[in-house]
Write a protein that binds this ligand. Structure first.
Ligand code: SOE
Length: 387
């Protein structure tokens, strides 16, 4: 595999994890990082052992050595950074949500297609070995026709009024919990079952309409130091939400998201109920797939390459009993993207080889989040996902 030269724009919470996953592939060189000032870019470059530091994303994008960028900026910068990268012919790996709204997502998708660059969005939970296995089992009819898809995605990192991050501000967009983590849940539900969401009914709740904003910004999951000074800050996005779902194949569903549920760290759970059997998976126990049955004892499939379907066995890198989790799924996703790039493939000509979420999936996710938000704002009415 030839070496691909990549760069990171935005080194907050998730950016360094993108870089670590890319480096694990062995054929990706991380050559540059950009941040909002030269001092912070240099500090991040030193911490992450990246050779070049740029004080603006434009300067980084003008570097001819850079072939690919990871756009890990706050949500409101996704559009300008991605568009500037596409204009310079760079491939783009964008963190989710792809855009603040579906019209911006459409602009990015159209531009990426026109420029012929590779475009990807990091819906990473798909690439856990047992999520791949569940998808194969559902597609081959092991659980029968799917009628109910349910679950939640619960976190606690915004539980206290002085928990703070850019996601609470306008940079985050019109939706917070649903856009940030509900987007993952809905993407996974669609990926596993092949069903598309057609209508949604939602209720949003803001527990803290006023938050305490610290003088210095904090990354996601970071706690207050106890010695900070605060300003009051009005917040109108949802701390938690509940959503009813109708899928285009007739299946129904329900999920909740929350950033204020004590003890729930990254509690993504999904259950798929079919006419013959059911499957359930918890992100925090990723090496177990629960299998529910009516007339036989329930089962649990442990992640073990020898038990996985041969078509997806390569998603497990370690033997059974050797746990694989969040970082490994992320590496699996990046391996699919970077192999495609290194092989010089085209998104159009090699469409059947695209085994990663693209800007089209990002656009779909923006549309779903928009419909959920519109439903909640209308007081909880069934709302179509418009395409
Ligand atoms: C914060 O809620 C966050 O980092 C999300 O932005 C990620 O997408 C999710 O994987 C973990 O939580």
């Amino acid at each position: 595999m030839r070496t691909v030269k990549t760069a990171l724009i935005g080194a907050g919470f998730v950016g360094p994890h993108h870089i670590e996953a890319a480096r694990r592939l062995g054929f990706v060189d991380v050559v540059a990082v950009a941040s909002s000032s030269q001092a912070s870019a240099e500090a991040k470059a030193a911490r992450l052992n990246i050779p070049k530091a740029y004080s603006s994303y434009e300067a980084l994008l003008d570097d001819p050595e850079v072939e690919v960028i990871h756009n890990c900026t706050p949500n409101d910068l996704h559009l300008p950074v991605t568009m500037a990268a596409i204009e310079r012919g760079k491939h783009v790996i964008a963190d989710k949500p792809l855009a603040l709204n579906s019209s911006d997502a459409q602009v990015m998708l159209d531009a990426a297609k026109k420029a012929g660059v590779v475009h990807a969005v990091t819906f990473n939970y798909r690439y856990n070995p047992l999520m791949q296995q569940a998808r194969v089992m559902i597609a081959r009819g092991d659980i029968g026709q799917v009628h109910f898809i349910h679950g939640h995605y619960l976190q606690d990192w915004l539980l206290y009024p002085n928990d703070y991050n850019w996601r609470l501000e306008k940079e985050g967009g019109a939706s917070r919990a649903v856009a940030d983590i509900g987007s993952h849940w809905c993407d996974l539900a669609g990926y596993l079952t092949g069903a598309r969401l057609s209508e949604v009914l939602a209720e949003y709740t803001t527990v803290f309409p006023t938050r305490l904003k610290p003088a210095a910004s904090r990354e996601a999951f970071a706690s207050a130091s106890g010695e900070e000074k605060y300003d009051e800050y009005p917040v109108d996005t949802e701390d938690f939400a509940s959503v009813l779902l109708r899928f285009d194949n007739g299946a129904r569903g329900v999920f909740s998201v929350s950033q204020v549920s004590a003890g729930r760290k990254n509690g993504l759970e999904v259950g798929i109920d079919g006419r013959q059997a059911a499957l359930a998976w918890k992100q925090e126990r990723p090496n177990e797939l629960w299998i529910g049955r009516r007339n036989e004892p329930n089962g649990a499939m442990l992640k073990d390459p020898s038990l996985l379907d041969p078509s997806i066995r390569h998603y497990a890198a370690l033997p059974g009993g050797h746990g694989e989790a969040w970082a490994d799924a992320f590496r699996n996703l990046l391996r699919n993207i970077y192999s495609f790039i290194a092989e010089g493939r085209s998104m159009d000509a090699d469409a059947e080889k695209v085994d990663f979420p693209t800007f089209a999936d990002g656009l779909e996710s923006n549309r779903v989040v928009e419909a959920i938000t519109a439903s909640a704002r209308a007081g909880g009415v069934w709302t179509r996902v418009t395409r």
